[in-house]
Design a protein around this ligand. Structure first.
Ligand SMILES: [Cu+2]
Length: 273
């Protein structure tokens, strides 16, 4: 991640971790695997990814072994009189059937995962996410009727707030832990994409269209994401910050947010008039 390379101090990171109340959900130096899953969808994505890695490694080793065998056994010196064999029915059937079996082994869990992701359970919280050039607007349409803009913090403000550079925002999204959060995305100008890696969420926010996805956070903490559809000059500067909190903390935040953001005009309210 660029903010590590561009010099966030370890102290700031440690402070951010304390502030977040749990492991800071950002990548680390020399990280090999994905970030630890924090939702049922991401847990399944990670185990599917692991299955694919095993299959890919096995195929690579097998193909490499074949190559080495051919190079050593059938080079001109070792094998001066080449075989005139031009086909072998058994071999041809095998190299057709075995890849088909491998593809089926991949397809079955892949479709299962796809449908698990697409089937949105009954939501506890619904949030409309509107991508704008270049920030996000969040509308709480279920738990009250308010909206707010979520804008990147300046480097100085991020430092002061103990937030990672280029990821912290002024108004993070707040959601309760272990609850189904339905996310409805749309775009106000061009196509954006709302992505939260640890929740396994990446959904395009397209003008004139409502896309739906969901996540259920399995632990509390602060999670970061970024716009994932090139949307213009400041595409890299519209991060996503989601705080997952307990039910009580969520209720308290909701009460405050309703007052704080009450003056803002919401699209929902305009539509209701
Ligand atoms: Cu973008």
């Amino acid at each position: 991640m660029s903010f590590r390379k561009t010099g966030i101090g370890a102290g700031v990171l440690a402070a951010a971790m304390v502030w977040a109340g749990s492991a800071l959900a950002v990548p680390h130096e020399y990280q090999l695997g994905m970030e630890p899953a924090a939702s049922p969808v991401m847990e399944r994505i990670e185990s599917f990814h692991t299955l694919l890695v095993y299959i890919i490694v096995a195929i690579c080793i097998f193909v490499l072994a074949l190559l080495v065998w051919v190079v050593l056994r059938y080079n001109q010196r070792a094998n001066p009189v080449p075989s005139k064999t031009h086909h072998n029915a058994l071999l041809e059937v095998a190299w057709t059937i075995i890849p088909v079996i491998i593809l089926v082994v991949i397809a079955v869990p892949s479709f299962k995962l796809l449908y698990f992701e697409a089937d949105i359970p009954k939501p506890d919280v619904q949030i409309r996410v509107i991508g704008k050039q270049w920030f996000w607007t969040y509308e709480y349409t279920h738990d009250g009727d308010f909206q707010f803009d979520s804008v990147i913090l300046s480097d100085d403000a991020a430092k002061a707030a103990g937030e990672p550079r280029l990821l912290g925002v002024d108004n993070p999204v707040v959601v309760p832990v272990n609850k189904v959060i339905e996310i409805e995305t749309t775009g106000a100008d061009v196509i954006h994409s709302w992505a939260l890696p640890e929740m396994g969420v990446k959904m395009d926010a397209i003008p004139g269209r409502l896309n739906h996805t969901w996540f259920k956070a399995t632990r509390t903490g602060t999670f970061y994401g970024q716009c994932s559809e090139l949307c213009g000059a400041r595409h890299a500067f519209m991060p996503i910050e989601v705080k997952v909190v307990t039910d009580a903390e969520y209720a308290a935040w909701l009460a405050k947010a309703k007052k704080k953001f009450a003056s803002a005009d919401t699209n929902t309210r305009l539509a209701a008039q």
